[in-house]
Design a protein around this ligand. Structure first.
Ligand SMILES: C[S@@+](CC[C@H](N)C(=O)[O-])C[C@H]1O[C@@H](n2cnc3c(N)ncnc32)[C@H](O)[C@@H]1O
Length: 270
């Protein structure tokens, strides 16, 4: 882990900041509630994760969690896993779940959080043919050519995601970046996924990044795909686990001394 400008960062290829300065209430929300919501780094996600069965939906890169929260409220019968690497976004989701009062128990209770790289999480925490739907809204576009290799959506990632989807399982990707949209389109067309007919949840176009795109006059591209219902269940590839990030997450939650001294109440939202 590096300390840069007083903020904690973890080196990574596919994502940038792990944390920005947090408000005290956000830090407290993490300290009080993260343990009960978080899926341990090496846990296989199944019915025990939620204490009940139900269709499993996953959002990768949930940002501040507006969409995940809305979907979990609207679909109490389903189980939702939010995957995010940006700990300040995790704190904002938990604040939302507590109705902005940390004394409240977070709700709805069908949300669990994985603080992990999306591809690693798919590989290590999910079994084949178990996910009913994956949402990826405004993935970081990494616009510079030399950074394209950092993009989340690559052929190998989509192949892995295909395996983890159950037959008929859906994939929704939204981006407002022309170049990334072209690349995503090519990758999906070359994949075993087929065009889907799921209804686009209105809140997918109501996230922070969706609102920014729309207010700046960019029309989001929507990719609506699914695993064919007829897809035969493939041989299960056992998830493999590659070491825990628990320590680095705790370091991100613990208030850096410098931040505590310079606390100014300003949180830059990514
Ligand atoms: C451009 S933001 C979009 C956030 C949110 N989906 C929205 O629409 O407002 C991209 C988010 O994806 C997260 N992210 C980027 N790479 C990731 C990865 N490899 N695994 C999980 N999350 C990732 C970032 O931390 C960031 O919160």
């Amino acid at each position: 882990m590096q300390e840069l400008n007083g903020q904690s960062r973890i080196k990574s290829k596919t994502f940038g900041r792990k944390a920005s300065r947090m408000r005290p209430a956000e830090r407290e929300a993490l300290q009080l509630h993260l343990e009960s919501l978080r899926v341990p780094d090496d846990e296989l996600i199944n019915e025990r994760t939620f204490g009940r069965s139900g269709p499993l939906f996953v959002e990768i890169g949930f940002g501040n969690g507006e969409f995940l929260y809305d979907m979990a409220l609207r679909h109490p019968e389903a189980n939702f896993v939010g995957i995010e690497v940006f700990i300040t976004g995790v704190a904002k989701l938990i604040r939302r779940m507590c109705q902005y009062n940390n004394e409240n128990t977070p709700s709805p209770q069908n949300i669990r959080i994985l603080i992990k790289d999306g591809e690693g999480a798919l590989r290590e925490n999910f079994m084949d043919n178990t996910i009913s739907g994956v949402f990826i809204l405004f993935p970081d576009p990494w616009p510079k050519k030399r950074h394209h290799k950092r993009r989340l959506i690559k052929p190998g990632f989509i192949q892995l995601l295909y395996q983890r989807l159950r037959p008929g399982g859906t994939l929704l990707i939204v981006t407002d970046h022309d170049g990334y949209a072209e690349e995503i389109g090519r990758i999906l067309e070359a994949s075993p996924l087929v065009k889907g007919d799921q209804q686009i949840p209105p809140s997918a176009l109501n996230t922070k990044y969706a609102q920014r795109a729309i207010s700046e006059g960019r029309t989001p591209f929507i990719f609506n795909y699914q695993k064919p219902s007829s897809a035969a269940n493939q041989p299960v590839i056992e998830p493999s686990h590659k070491g825990s990030t628990d320590q680095t997450i705790q370091e991100s939650i613990d208030e850096p001394k410098e931040t505590a001294e310079r606390r100014d109440g300003i949180t830059r939202v990514y």
